[in-house]
Design a protein around this ligand. Structure first.
Ligand code: 13P
Length: 249
């Protein structure tokens, strides 16, 4: 059975005071949840998360990493640095990185390899734009994005991936894919993973992201191939994030 993963993507939000409140609220409210939980935070706050969450069941991680190991790469953060702060996860290929920073499939694949080599769990994001969906290209787009990663990793590494389906048109818009729409894409992604590595593909957590909220989480998470959520806006309020965690199990 796949364990449900609820991961928060704080994006470029937070400050030390607000983070302290949010993390304290999560620690207090999480209870004995069987759900796996992680928060992916801006790099400057990794130390704060490490200090606040080390003795808890909540993991933490980053939202991007460099393809390079070290050296003259001003502004970049390496996989080893994330490892140094005991990160569990790192988001890779988020649509905001793809569109705002020109990250292409090849770069995403390099980043996934950097994360895997450092023992981090990459959360590989894929998803179509509204224009691509309306043109009937969803399957082609998400398959291409995932295959670009699968083509560069060893079969034994497939089981170390987390995949997140994030339709671009649903991110931060309040528009959510219906459970059936999301499930259809998750099934395609599962099929791609299993084509590469049958047993491991069945075990990979595939998350849905895009306006997942307390009031729609339960029906999305009830779908057979939706194994969790990658939560943006609703991860910034302890009550909302906890409500999604508790809806998950
Ligand atoms: P929202 O939950 O704010 O739509 O963001 C989703 C997302 O992009 C998570 O990575």
């Amino acid at each position: 059975m796949r364990r449900t993963l609820i991961a928060g993507n704080w994006k470029m939000n937070g400050n030390q005071a607000a983070n302290a409140l949010l993390l304290a609220g999560l620690k207090e409210g999480i209870g004995a949840s069987v759900v796996q939980v992680a928060v992916c935070v801006p790099a400057p706050y990794l130390f704060q998360c490490q200090a606040a969450l080390s003795a808890t069941a909540i993991g933490w991680g980053a939202q991007d990493l460099s393809v390079h190991a070290a050296g003259a790469y001003t502004g970049e953060v390496s996989a080893a640095m994330l490892q140094d702060f005991d990160c569990s996860h790192v988001i890779i290929g988020h649509s905001e990185r793809r569109s705002n920073h020109g990250e292409d499939d090849a770069t995403v694949a390099l980043k996934v390899n950097a994360a895997l080599a450092a023992g981090l769990t990459p959360i590989v994001c894929v998803g179509e734009t509204l224009a691509q969906r309306e043109a009937g290209q969803t399957q082609d787009v998400v398959s291409r994005q995932l295959d670009a990663v699968l083509g560069t990793i060893a079969v034994e590494m497939v089981g170390r991936l987390v995949v997140a389906y994030e339709p671009v048109w649903a991110i931060g818009t309040g528009k959510t894919a219906t459970p059936e729409m999301a499930q259809a894409v998750h099934a395609i992604l599962r099929e791609r993973l299993s084509a590469k590595a049958p047993a491991a593909g069945a075990a990979v957590q595939i998350l849905y992201g895009g306006s997942m909220k307390p009031d729609n989480a339960r029906e999305l998470l009830a779908m057979p191939d939706i194994d969790g959520g990658l939560i943006g806006g609703a991860a910034l309020k302890a009550a909302d994030f906890l409500a999604i965690i508790h809806a998950a199990g």
